[in-house]
Write a protein that binds this ligand. Sequence first.
Ligand code: FE2
Length: 430
Amino acid sequence: MIDLLIRGASLPDGRQGQDIAIRGGRIADVAPGIDAEAGRVLDAGGHLVSPPFVDAHFHMDATLSLGLPRMNVSGTLLEGIALWGELRPTLTREAVVERALLYCDLAVSKGLMAVRSHVDVSDPALVTVEALLEVRERVAPYLDLQLVAFPQDGYFRHPDAAGALERALDMGVDVVGGIPHFERTMEAGRASVEALCRIAAERGLRVDMHCDETDDPLSRHVETLAEQTLRFGLEGRVAGSHLTSMHSMDNYYASKLVPLMAEARLAAIPNPLINIMIQGRHDTYPRRRGLTRIPELIEAGIDVALGQDCVMDPWYSMGTGDLLDVAHMAVHAAQMGSQADKGTLFDAVTTVPARILGLEGYGLAPGCHADMVILQAADPAEAIRLRPARLAVIRRGRVVAETAPEIARLALDGRPGTVDPAAYAPRHAR
Ligand code: FE2
């Protein structure tokens, strides 16, 4: 007896007409024409069924705080950091928890079921850490929340950060963070990368640092992060987030750096929405895009996942909780417009971040958790183009969110009565 049977699914790898049988919260079988009795049958109608979206880079302690205590007028990273510094002393655990839970509702409705969130450890009272540890537990039935101890004001630059970071890890925060480009000097940044990688190695933890989130072509912390990853034997467990300086680097230097990153099996986590919004602010014209070298990193065999970073907070007034918005921006800003590129970018918001986070049982193979989303689109490229309705979101075999298909009614003489945006898929354009 099957708990839930999904019929007529198209899968991200191109297989069509697949049935997915779910039993006990796990995928029991994936095949065409499964003949089994089921408690519930869901017809995917040929639509894309994907494993859930995974956001590899987010700040859940700040989300939905837009306008508190005021708006970011310049729109720059530095005013955002200053504004967050004004807001932080006024935060209460209850308010942070409430905003985070609200955000998670939105995330799940978009098929987003795993988030790696940085949590600021600059306040020695660790209000945000306590809040997000509570949120991690409360959302666990429907969302995997992984927390990174993030010294927003600098590991060395803020006098309390080092102690607070260790205490946050003692309290159960999962990953070691950092922000070397915000330390006072390049040397202090280098030393912070070394110190934080040592902590991760001693504690057996993963690392995810905001790294070279600057337009300075001479910012060199990605290099140090790769070197220290090799030194401490952390290969495959370290991610560099943003890496925007790589956009502006000299090409010869980049040709040396990228193979070093690949050797260290460093993951890269660009955040296209906010990078395109915040970087290049000191430029007149031409104005740099400030996005790291996504196609070149992928070409070198480096895991590249795309993150949201922010949704309606001191740094970014936009954001929807939809990772397809992020992939859509990457198609444009990284100029990755081929059908194959779009498939690669779909992986960058699903399977690749799942690997970076080390999620257990992720995917659509038999034995995996029965976590998936049915989208009103034919395939991954169309999903990014349309950012369509999430017809059903399934967690451990249970439908936890449903959205009605977007069908417009037309009143045009001699034309069809309805428009289904998913029906426009260019099936000849592979
Ligand atoms: Fe960030």
